[in-house]
Design a protein around this ligand. Structure first.
Ligand code: GSH
Length: 302
């Protein structure tokens, strides 16, 4: 049986739902918007990293949901009395329903919420980080990196595309496949793409060359989860990240970039995947390993 019936094709492939809310913040205001994330979620993690690297922490507040979703969805149960102190909600679904009372899709993170209206501006995760880079410039910290440099956007977008299909979403297509052939296809294209990326990164520090950009962040959020959850839980097991020397050093380089390691929470990551997807792990037992200390080993890249 499929983990997400509505998002499974007749051939057993996982077909992700479209993002429902696609508003944009084009006149940023400090303190007005709240980014709701799960630290487990790779799509939300992008936004947490970009927010940290650009120094938007004070301008945009952060709400972190419980890593375990029950049948009522994402909960604010890590907060005092289980209520988000700014949004006054117990469940993220309350905010989605305040935005669209007929909302029926999955209630997803990341979501950027307007605290003045209590409604979702956007859950369009690919746009959220790009807007942090391009629309929020007046709130960037001095010396913030340019993660989406104007002259290179086409190249970046062209690389984002295969990484999304084969890697970011590719691991989900492996994990949520409900037919052997759908899994086989996703597995083959995932590792073919990882091999291509390893080759590209063999003689350059980042995907675009010398500078860290948006596309590196997008690849990183999948790589950092690879051995902890995708290798076992999603059956992406040709090899571990730690057995792919170029990608492993590259991922450690990004992990050790000031501000990034603080955004990585292996406990939330493991508990979320293993304890939430009951169709693929009915016992909900969370594995004890792997040992994460290797993330701090010198990466040797420059
Ligand atoms: N908004 C996108 C991507 C974000 C996403 O999938 N987030 C996951 C967590 S990694 C989520 O919130 N899932 C909620 C659910 O499945 O009910 C989607 O709908 O597929």
């Amino acid at each position: 049986m499929a983990q997400f019936g509505k998002e499974t094709s007749a051939r057993g492939e996982f077909v992700r739902q479209p993002n429902r809310f696609t508003g944009r913040v084009t006149e940023p205001e400090a303190g007005r918007y709240r980014l709701v994330v799960s630290l487990a979620c790779p799509w939300a993690h992008r936004a947490v990293i970009v927010r940290a690297l650009l120094g938007l922490d004070e301008a945009i507040s952060l709400a972190v949901v419980d890593p375990i979703r029950d049948e009522r969805g994402w909960r604010f149960s890590l907060d005092t009395d289980g209520v988000d102190p700014v949004l006054g909600a117990q469940f993220l679904s309350e905010v989605y329903l305040a935005t669209d009372e007929n909302y029926e899709g999955r209630v997803t993170v990341p979501a950027l919420v307007d605290t003045h209206t209590g409604t979702v501006v956007t859950n369009d995760y690919p746009r959220i980080t790009l807007d942090f880079s391009t629309e929020w410039t007046s709130f960037h910290r001095p010396g913030a990196p340019d993660l989406y440099p104007e002259g290179r956007r086409e190249e970046i977008d062209a690389l984002i595309e295969p990484i999304f299909h084969h890697v970011n979403n590719g691991v989900y297509k492996c994990g949520f496949a409900s037919a052997q052939s759908a899994y086989d296809l996703a597995y083959t294209s995932l590792f073919a793409e990882l091999d291509r990326l390893s080759e590209r990164l063999a003689d350059q520090r980042y995907l675009m060359g010398d500078d860290l950009t948006e596309v590196d962040i997008r690849l990183f959020t999948t790589l950092v989860r690879f051995d902890a959850v995708y290798h076992g839980h999603f059956k992406c097991n040709r090899n571990k990240l730690a057995e792919m020397p170029v990608l492993w050093a590259y991922a450690r380089d990004i992990f050790q970039t000031p501000g990034v390691a603080d955004t990585v929470d292996f406990d939330h990551i493991k508990r979320h995947y293993y304890a939430t997807h009951e169709q693929i792990n009915p016992s909900r037992i969370v594995p004890a390993g792997p040992d994460p200390s290797g993330w701090w080993e010198p990466h040797g890249r420059s």
